[in-house]
Design a protein around this ligand. Structure first.
Ligand SMILES: Nc1ncnc2c1ncn2[C@@H]1O[C@H](COP(=O)(O)OP(=O)(O)OP(=O)(O)O)[C@@H](O)[C@H]1O
Ligand SMILES: [Mg+2]
Length: 356
């Protein structure tokens, strides 16, 4: 019975995109490692099983002390700066969460953040990127079919509204195809085509798309028409807007507490970001406001981390991508949330036209 449970548990641990190592409670030798740990440590499970803890680290004192504490207290212990012999970095310092697993001790290993990253650890990024590639590959298959079907339909539809929707399907499938191409190549969405973008064009298109999927939500648009163009990648800005609107729609629809989403733009002087030695002003503010239930408190601290979600079918990747894309624009993202009002603000630099 216990064996069966163990097998099930290990099968589950094998599909998780985090490195897990099980150490024997008796002599601290390695009992088992999961698939991701194999990748991460670049040695097979077969190699590790039965090996002493010194295989994991040349300086195993911290690991030993940590496992000792877990056994003593029968509770979870977290430690920072634990040296672990990672294949590409023999002196990698890890964040380790250790907890009791029957008579053994389970370790979750995470690499410390790289400086200047957007808050995701290397492992998280590896996991997101391989997921990205897989997803892109799968996405491209049905896209051609959708576009073909829309083109067939367009010959039969005569109303203006119908034609507008068909053209929406076509431009959106083209956009997803471009995104999928990029994701397949880079594992993530690279921000490539930086140029002047009228943010209102992007927001209007995103609103139209969201509205066509959710008739019950009232969208308000409150734009400052004098706003200058931002410097950005139109597809990536669309991706950001759609993800934030989708989250707002889902929060509202799921909890049935609100019914309104406001898209707002304004000029906000005074916010800058340090960019390789110089200050970059970020005066264009885009707000996505909803009157839904607010961000659940247990999600707030890790909002932008991958796989953080409170939705049964959620992947927890939307905001990870949003934060990555905003940072790739040299921009910033801010969040404020309470029941009845959630605001995601994006701050972006303006496009500097050459003097005529
Ligand atoms: N406007 C919002 N109102 C309330 N909660 C929100 C809002 N936006 C995000 N959240 C919370 O943040 C979590 C993470 O959002 P994120 O977009 O990263 O993932 P997701 O929406 O769950 O899944 P997906 O990968 O499909 O986007 C959500 O599950 C939700 O709990
Ligand atoms: Mg989302």
């Amino acid at each position: 019975m216990i064996e069966a449970k163990n097998t099930e548990l290990r099968a589950l641990m094998d599909v998780l995109p985090i490195a897990i190592v099980i150490l024997s409670g008796d002599d601290r030798s390695v009992r088992w490692i999961n698939n991701h740990a194999e990748l991460w440590l670049q040695k097979s499970r077969l190699y590790f099983v039965g090996k002493p803890i010194s295989e994991l680290s040349e300086f195993p004192e911290k690991l030993l002390a940590l496992t000792g504490r877990v056994i003593e207290t029968s509770g979870a212990v977290i430690a920072e700066d634990v040296p672990v012999h990672r294949w590409d970095d023999p002196e990698a310092l890890c964040h380790v969460t250790a907890f009791p697993a029957g008579d053994d001790v389970a370790l979750i290993l995470r690499q410390h953040r790289r400086a200047n990253m957007t808050g995701n650890s290397d492992q998280d990024i590896d996991a997101v990127e391989s997921l990205g590639r897989m997803l892109a590959h799968e996405l491209k298959n049905p896209l051609a079919g959708i576009k073909g079907a829309a083109q067939l339909l367009s010959t039969e539809i005569t109303s203006d509204e119908g034609r507008e929707l068909i053209s929406l399907i076509t431009t959106e499938t083209d956009r997803i195809h471009r995104l999928a191409d990029r994701m397949e190549a880079f594992g993530t969405i690279a921000v490539e085509a930086m140029g002047p973008v009228n943010i209102h064009t992007v927001l209007r298109q995103a609103r139209l798309l969201a509205q066509s999927m959710n008739g019950n939500i009232i969208f308000e648009e409150d734009y400052d028409p004098s706003l200058p163009d931002v410097i950005g990648d139109q597809d990536a800005l669309m991706q950001i807007s759609l993800n934030l609107i989708k989250n707002a729609v889902e929060a509202i629809a799921h909890h049935k507490t609100g019914n309104q989403i406001t898209l707002q733009t304004s000029y906000r002087a005074g916010v800058s970001r340090q960019e390789t030695g110089r200050l970059q002003a970020l005066p264009v503010e885009i707000k996505f406001i909803d009157n839904g239930p607010g961000i659940p408190p247990h999600i707030r601290r890790q909002l932008f981390q991958p796989f953080v979600t409170d939705k049964p079918a959620g992947r927890g990747l939307g905001l990870t991508l949003v934060s990555k894309l905003v940072h790739a624009h040299g921009g910033m993202i801010e969040t404020k949330s309470k029941p009845g009002r959630t605001v995601f603000s994006i701050l972006l630099p303006t496009y500097q036209y050459e003097d005529m």
